[in-house]
Design a protein around this ligand. Structure first.
Ligand code: G6P
Length: 611
């Protein structure tokens, strides 16, 4: 979603800001803009569409030399995605400009009050109110940082906000509540960003601002304080990954690169978390001793999007391994429906970004009810990581493709470890625990074997690329994989697809099947194989174009399928880590063959930070 960049230092700020902004394109946006101070005068440039449009609209470089700049990519919430609504927003006088991520809930009231004082608004956004509010406070003669402080005390909602003013051109003011902001530190220059990948090329030394902290950022230093002016001692973190993690390398798209990274990222998920001798997992970050974990009577897994599909798989795996009831739910439902969270319930929120608004709200709701809430997240220092009572990083590395792939298999890896860990405290024997661990360790090489089928899967994609609908079927633990396969193709190919439990198909979707309908079915070697085989015969009888994911050595499915993708065998609970790979590749190739922007699908955002 929206992205923020700010720079102050010795170098020319504009090219740095634009380049950093491009690194945020992956988050999804529909307009962009920048503000700088050239020869004492604030200049603002904004454009609807891609950043390249913004670049085209800039004057010749000598007319916008500056050593301070802010920039923004906007994903529309309040107001259309047009130039007026794009950030930065100036105040009436044009002396100051703001870029804002988040939502100002009381903006209507503030806007009315400011209009009564004579402020003229140019956009339909909630954000613009901040520029006018700060201007109003500055008119009382206080410094920019104090005007921002006073303004933020009157604001309800969430914000990651950066402000510059031509009256005080030696500083950027950054302040956050509920929306991430990071300060990047370098010699004689500093950065502000909402996403560390924007600035990693310049510095790895960063400070993750906490809620209600304000930072005055100068060329040669910074001071952090609370809204009440209490000094805050900065905690400097060093980012432990480098620029290659966010570059495409030889791959055509980030999504393809990330699909191919999965042998390594799955390995990163379980490496160091296995206790071979006891046939169990080590998950120290849960911060719960075994005698507490044994008391757990119920688990809630709460998430959105692809992370929700991982949660559904977690339900199947954990219930089977640990015999503990697991409830998987969309965060957007959980947060409002006043969920019942009995004592001895462990709530896990699962979020790649750790910033999804609904997931954060669900986490806070569970905490407000007194539950222990743990996080399964990818982004170090994210809000889930900071606000949860503990949890586990999935260690998937930066995920840039909007359609999540490697984060999904890493989440499933962690949920598998959790199943083994809790299982070993309950019903899972050392022999069974060891069998799972040994098989988990073989998964990366089996994923590699599936990736070697890339060309075959591209051929299959060619044969279905012009379809308008598709049905994905699976049973048991592969049913959520069918949901995920359908979501992937919907997200990036704009083909309507539904995931369904194979047997349930008879109660509706079978009516849609004809000779044009591709049906992608997961029919691997597990106790339900015979059942799904019968379901697929029903599909075939309606002349659907059947594409099956089968286990190597299967001799039956090619008799009824147009295409069969053979994958290595594994234990049923571990199958999602394999069965999802061909579905990711299929979605990728269909989208690529249809000529769509795979990494930045229309209307979607990498991290949905608004409700
Ligand atoms: C967006 C992304 C999805 C992601 C979902 C949840 O919709 O496009 O890829 O699965 O948000 O994101 P999270 O960061 O919470 O896992």
């Amino acid at each position: 979603m929206c992205g923020i960049v700010g720079y102050i230092g010795n170098r020319n700020a504009l090219p740095i800001a634009i380049e950093a902004l491009k690194r945020l394109e992956y988050r999804g946006y529909d307009s962009s803009g920048t503000a700088l101070i050239h020869e004492g005068e604030l200049q603002i440039y904004k454009k609807q569409g891609k950043i390249i449009e913004l670049e085209r609209s800039l004057p010749e470089p000598s007319r916008c030399v500056s050593n301070i700049a802010i920039a923004h990519t906007r994903w529309a919430t309040h107001g259309e995605p047009n130039e007026l609504n794009a950030h930065p927003h100036p105040s009436c006088s044009g002396d100051l400009a703001i870029v804002h991520n988040g939502i100002i809930e009381n903006y209507k009231l503030l806007r009315e009050q400011l209009q009564e004082l004579g402020h003229k608004f140019a956009s339909e956004t909630d954000s613009e109110v901040l520029a006018h509010l700060i201007e109003q406070f500055m008119s009382t003669g206080i410094r920019l940082e104090d005007a921002v402080r006073e303004s933020m005390k009157r604001v309800e909602g969430t914000y990651g906000l950066v402000v510059i003013s031509q009256k005080e051109p030696d500083k950027l003011i950054a302040v956050r509540k509920g929306s991430p902001l990071i300060i990047g530190i370098n010699d004689n220059e500093h950065f502000v960003t909402s996403d560390v990948s924007a600035i990693i090329i310049h510095t790895k030394r960063v400070i993750y601002l906490q809620d209600s902290e304000l930072c005055v950022v100068r060329k040669d230093g910074f001071e952090i304080s609370t809204l009440d002016k209490a000094n805050v001692k900065p905690h400097i973190s060093v980012v432990d990954w480098d620029i290659s993690a966010i570059e495409k390398g030889d791959f055509k798209h980030f999504m393809l690169k990330e699909i191919f990274e999965q042998p390594v990222t799955i390995d990163n998920g379980f490496r160091g978390r296995i206790n071979q001798s006891m046939g169990t997992a080590r998950l120290g970050g849960l911060h719960l001793p075994p005698f507490e974990l044994r008391k757990i009577k119920q688990i809630h897994l709460v998430a959105c999007g692809t992370s929700f599909h991982a949660a559904l798989i977690g339900k199947y795996i954990i219930e089977d391994m640990a015999r503990i009831p697991v409830h998987a739910e969309y965060a957007s439902e959980y947060r409002y429906r006043n969920p019942i969270i009995p004592e001895d319930t462990l709530v896990f929120v699962i979020s790649q970004s750790g910033e999804t608004a609904d997931t954060l709200a669900a986490m806070r709701e569970a905490k407000a009810k007194g539950a222990r809430v743990l996080g399964i997240t990818n982004v170090v220092g994210s809000t889930v990581a900071r606000e949860s009572d503990g949890g586990t990083y999935i260690h998937a590395g930066s995920e840039i493709g909007v359609a999540s792939t490697k984060a999904f298999t890493s989440q499933v890896t962690i949920l598998t470890l959790l199943g083994i860990f809790l299982g070993r405290m309950n019903h899972l024997s050392p022999i069974d625990g060891t069998a799972y661990i040994e098989e988990l360790e073989k998964i990366p090489s089996k994923v590699k074997a599936i990736l070697a089928l890339n060309d075959q899967i591209r051929d299959i994609a060619t044969s279905i690329k012009d379809c308008t609908n598709a049905l994905y079927l699976g049973r048991g633990v592969n049913y959520p994989v069918a949901l995920e396969g359908a979501l992937k193709i919907k997200e990036i190919s704009y083909i309507h697809a539904e995931g369904y439990p194979a047997a349930e198909m008879k109660h509706g979707p079978i009516a849609l099947i004809d000779e044009n309908m591709p049906v992608v079915a997961i029919a691997t070697n597990d106790p339900l194989y015979d059942k799904i085989y019968s379901n697929l015969q029903e599909v075939r009888a309606r002349k659907a174009r059947l594409i099956t994911i089968a286990t190597e050595n299967d001799t039956e499915l090619d008799k009824i399928s147009e295409h069969v993708i053979y994958i290595p065998d594994t234990m049923p609970n571990l199958q999602p880590l394999l069965t999802v790979i061909p579905l990711q590749l299929l979605a990728y190739h269909v989208a690529d063959l249809r000529g769509f922007d795979v990494d930045q699908p229309r209307n979607l955002a990498k991290s949905v930070t608004v409700e």
